[in-house]
Design a protein around this ligand. Sequence first.
Ligand SMILES: CC(C)(COP(=O)(O)OP(=O)(O)OC[C@H]1O[C@@H](n2cnc3c(N)ncnc32)[C@H](O)[C@@H]1OP(=O)(O)O)[C@@H](O)C(=O)NCCC(=O)NCCS
Length: 176
Amino acid sequence: MTDAGVMQYGPVVFRPTTEADLGLVLKLENDDENASFIRQWPIDQHRSALADDNIAHMIIQKKSNKAVVGYIILIGLKNPNRSINFKRIVIARKGEGFGRASVRLLKKLAFEKLEAHRLWLDVVEFNERAYKLYESEGFVPEGVHRESLKQGDRFVSVNIMSMLAHEYRRQSDAPD
Ligand SMILES: CC(C)(COP(=O)(O)OP(=O)(O)OC[C@H]1O[C@@H](n2cnc3c(N)ncnc32)[C@H](O)[C@@H]1OP(=O)(O)O)[C@@H](O)C(=O)NCCC(=O)NCCS
């Protein structure tokens, strides 16, 4: 279990994922709307992530009624370089602002609570929605892992993006 705890910001709350949530997590992960944008883990990998203090596996809930709207995974809480991998986000109800609110809360969690120096992610080349969201939230493109992922019979490229602690501080000091 991670010590990331419960956090909230705007319309969303993060709380640690439990065994009882894994059915929904797997359903979202394998849903046609999400599957080509993310990797799939078998249930045992999720299970061991719940017990791993290097990983924050968290459910995203709507603050108003506690409905589950998605989940996130961060890897590298104990990374000696304080470089945390924003491994996965899935939002079930898309286009309602939960993704942006979750990315904002995730930056707060990574930089303010977990004291990350660098928060990084990868995003497949055709995931325009996620790329735009990350870019508009201040993630900087670092480069491309060309055709590094095999999806069915094709190879796809993956963009690497990151944010550094001083960039986060500058952003959070700025007026809205
Ligand atoms: C990517 C994802 C997390 C975004 O969450 P969301 O709740 O749908 O996004 P939001 O409603 O907060 O919108 C955030 C931004 O995404 C972009 N966006 C939203 N819908 C879009 C669409 N249909 N096409 C292109 N961009 C879009 C916009 O820039 C939007 O910003 P705006 O509100 O200023 O217009 C979510 O759609 C998802 O789970 N997708 C499937 C899994 C996935 O791709 N995970 C990320 C892997 S890197």
